[in-house]
Design a protein around this ligand. Structure first.
Ligand code: NI
Length: 138
């Protein structure tokens, strides 16, 4: 039996989307309000979903407490109330788009999961805009 266990989490963070190679005008054209030079915030909602077999001893795919603590130490402590461009190394040379943030979260959590467990990250940047990543390159 293979099941998926999910945990929701939340963080607030500021970002600015821009390419240093482009003019302010082109940045505004491509990234809109998200290229505001003085940064702006989002209330990010995160869903981390772990898929795998039920452990016959515990009856868990993963102990949700373990997943909760991992999200806290690896994601919330690193991203919450931070400026993603300036404060978080993951984005020192990477635009903090929802896509890149989802990949960064995946990369932070996946190494801590037992082998054989699959991870999918769903990240809401706004209530209507969200991305998901499960570590597969197409
Ligand atoms: Ni934005």
């Amino acid at each position: 039996m293979t099941l998926t266990v999910s945990r929701k989490a939340h963080f607030n963070a500021a970002h600015r989307l821009y390419s240093p190679d482009w003019s302010d005008e082109k940045n505004r054209e491509v990234f809109g309000k998200c290229s505001n030079p003085n940064f702006h915030g989002h209330n990010y909602e995160l869903i981390a979903s772990v898929t795998g077999p039920i452990d016959p001893e515990t009856g868990f795919v993963i102990d949700v407490k373990v997943l909760k603590d991992l999200i806290k130490t690896q994601v919330e402590d690193a991203f919450d109330h931070k400026n993603l461009n300036l404060d978080v190394d993951d984005f020192s040379s990477l635009n903090p788009t929802a896509e890149h943030i989802a990949v960064a979260i995946y990369n932070r959590l996946k190494p801590h999961l037992k082998a054989g467990l699959h991870l999918e990250i769903t990240l809401y940047e706004t209530p209507r805009n969200f991305v998901s990543y499960k570590g597969i390159s197409l």
